[in-house]
Design a protein around this ligand. Structure first.
Ligand SMILES: [Zn+2]
Length: 417
């Protein structure tokens, strides 16, 4: 394999050090050295750019392409799997080389990526979100029919459960189906028409069993947790990350700090629902009302969490909103008081730590796998990030964009369009 030198850029290495002018040497798909006076077979001129570690989105839904219920009802069962191929490619093009899928993707999607059958970020799958009756994942509609966002199938078990015993069984079913992480809804949400984001779901005994079973299988737990009570039940029982975290009170923030619980804000999510509603996408009135209701409280909670020093990893809920806009989340976090450097940290080293992959990803340090993003301009400028991603590498291989502006992009197989 060719030795590649990313030369003359500002290197943001993800370690917390300030960006500095340096070269990055890659060999055999690994970072060999970051420094100066290095040489290689192939030199990529990075003047005027920032060289970043591959970015990580901790909350996506690659099988969702918007949440138009009417469209979903008219979409053939297997069609979203083909859409996922496109969504994964779009996500990779924006510099995201690892994602955590927060429900939808099953083992077939993960295996197709792992075998190189399709291009995209590496994925951790949660398959299906564990939810109580009437909870965020329950597709029961007021008309009496059941229309979940995700139909269960042999590779994606139904995960609506009540009580510790069924909880234990369903986690084991998810482990059997290939889950890399267990996702649970400990509160209502925005997209589910019949629940309330301010209500906590599941009781301590149920979440304790869920975490116990996940831990026994070596898996972390992520909780869709919007209500204050739902956030606290998750933290108390050892859930690793709070997703959304809309109604964080001071006690919840203190509990997160004490337990080392992560927050994945997904500030993009309610905004995506509101902009879809504004664009005329048909959705239940309750959903639109809830999206508008939570927006301000959500921003306020996340702003306070940032100020208090809660551990934060970047996540967008892409799939609810469009794929490929993932990097707008950095600007949204910055608007709530996060420095640009911390926003990049949340999208690299911190997210790698949350996902348990920090030994291999998240920083540009010798020995790490060579996921590299070349961004035009300075990392302190968070405007139009998507349009500034010049090239993306996974394991030292160019997978999106072009090494230099003058070069043609790599030939992309037909399936990737
Ligand atoms: Zn989500």
């Amino acid at each position: 394999m060719t030795r590649i030198l990313f030369s003359g850029g500002m290197v943001f290495d993800g370690t917390g050090a300030a960006p500095s002018s340096a070269d990055v040497l890659v060999d055999e798909g690994l970072i060999m050295e970051v420094g100066s006076g290095l040489d290689a077979d192939e030199v990529v001129d990075c003047a005027g750019t920032t060289v970043l570690p591959g970015l990580i989105d901790s909350h996506v839904h690659v099988l969702f392409s918007g949440v138009n219920l009417l469209r979903m009802m008219q979409t053939p069962f297997s069609y979203p799997f083909y859409e996922a191929v496109h969504n994964l490619r779009t996500t990779l093009d924006t510099g995201i080389t690892n994602v955590r899928d927060a429900s939808g993707a099953d083992l077939g999607v993960a295996q197709a990526l792992r075998d190189g059958l399709i291009a995209g970020p590496r994925v951790q799958i949660s398959i299906s979100m564990v939810s109580q009756t009437g909870g965020h994942g329950d597709g029961w509609q007021p008309c009496g029919s059941v229309m979940p966002l995700l139909t269960s199938h042999p590779g994606r078990p139904s995960t609506i459960v009540d009580g510790p015993d069924s909880m234990r069984r369903v986690v084991r079913e998810l482990v059997r189906a290939g889950a890399d992480v267990i996702k649970v809804a400990t509160s209502g949400g925005v997209l589910s028409p019949r629940d309330d984001p301010r209500h906590g779901h599941f009781r301590d005994a149920e979440i304790a069993v869920l975490v116990e079973e996940a831990t026994a299988a070596g898996l972390f737990v992520m909780a869709h947790a919007q209500a204050t009570d739902g956030i606290k039940v998750a933290i108390r029982n050892g859930v690793r990350s709070i997703e959304h975290g809309i109604y964080l009170d001071d006690q919840a923030i203190d509990m997160m700090l004490a337990a080392g619980t992560w927050l994945v804000p997904t500030l993009s999510a309610p905004r995506a629902v509101i902009s879809m509603a504004d664009a005329g996408v048909p959705m239940p009135a309750a959903v639109i009302t809830k999206a508008r209701m939570v927006l301000e409280e959500h921003d306020d909670s996340v702003g306070r969490a940032i100020a208090a020093g809660v551990k934060i990893a970047m996540g967008t809920d892409s799939g609810v909103g469009p794929h490929g806009d993932n990097l707008s989340e950095l600007g949204l976090m910055a608007d709530l008081g996060m420095t640009a450097a911390k926003a990049w940290q949340a999208s690299t080293a911190s997210a790698a730590e949350l996902l348990g992959i920090k030994e291999e990803f998240g920083t540009l340090e010798p020995g790490k796998r060579a996921d590299v993003v070349i961004l035009e301009g300075s990392a302190s400028d968070l405007v139009d990030l998507r349009g500034r991603v010049r090239a993306v590498y996974q394991d030292g291989i160019l997978v999106a964009g072009a090494a230099s502006p003058a070069q043609e992009p790599p030939a992309v197989p037909m399936w990737a369009h």
